[in-house]
Design a protein around this ligand. Structure first.
Ligand code: GDP
Ligand code: MG
Length: 176
């Protein structure tokens, strides 16, 4: 039998945030459920797709990862174009990556669609002893900036990664 590739909704989701916060790991964990210790600058493809079934609706998530350009603080403008949702990721154990969130949000607002939905993702939750960003700071920022949610994940422990993407999908369904 041929695979059933049909879907009811297609959403383009982009990952942004500083280098090394775990964007590629999050995408990999979402698409394969696996975590690989060593990450490359790029996962070798422009995007990965996965279809979620949410209350009987087939939601195809096309998730774009940067090819490591954020290292140079220059992500091509076309990356933002036509994105329905954006996950801005930071590392809970490195305050500087949280301080960068406003800058990423600004770029998104500059180059992205006016109605793009944004969620704030604090990754590396497993590094609790080294935590530098209280979750309350993330919640306040998300609230202030009109993001749909703030959530903490661990790509390493596959913790709350599916939830992060599902949460975005649900918000997009509400909007569409
Ligand atoms: P990117 O540059 O934002 O794409 O980040 P990567 O996905 O390449 O990850 C950067 C480094 O952080 C790698 O060494 C990963 O193994 C590590 N990493 C990613 N996610 C986690 C996590 O949830 N917990 C921990 N402890 N390390 C992580
Ligand atoms: Mg990466």
């Amino acid at each position: 039998e041929p695979p059933d590739d049909s879907f009811d909704f297609l959403f383009k989701i982009i990952l942004i945030g500083d280098s090394n916060v775990g964007k590629t790991s999050l995408v990999q964990s979402f698409s394969t459920g696996l975590f690989s210790q060593r990450q490359h600058n790029t996962i070798g493809v422009d995007f990965t797709v996965r279809t979620l079934n949410l209350d009987g609706r087939r939601v195809k998530m096309q998730v774009w990862d940067t090819a490591g350009q954020e290292r140079f603080r220059t992500i091509t403008q076309s990356y933002y174009r036509s994105a329905h949702g954006a996950l801005i990721a930071y590392d809970i154990s490195r305050r500087a990556t949280f301080d960068s969130v406003q800058r990423w949000l600004h770029e998104l607002q500059q180059y992205g669609a006016a109605n793009v939905l944004v969620a704030l993702i604090g990754n590396k939750r497993d590094l609790e002893p080294q935590r530098e960003v209280p979750f309350s700071d993330a919640c306040r920022l998300a609230e202030d900036k009109g993001m749909v949610a703030a959530l903490e994940t661990s790509a390493r422990e596959a913790c709350s990664v599916q939830e992060a993407f599902q949460m975005m999908a649900r918000h997009l369904l509400l909007q569409n």
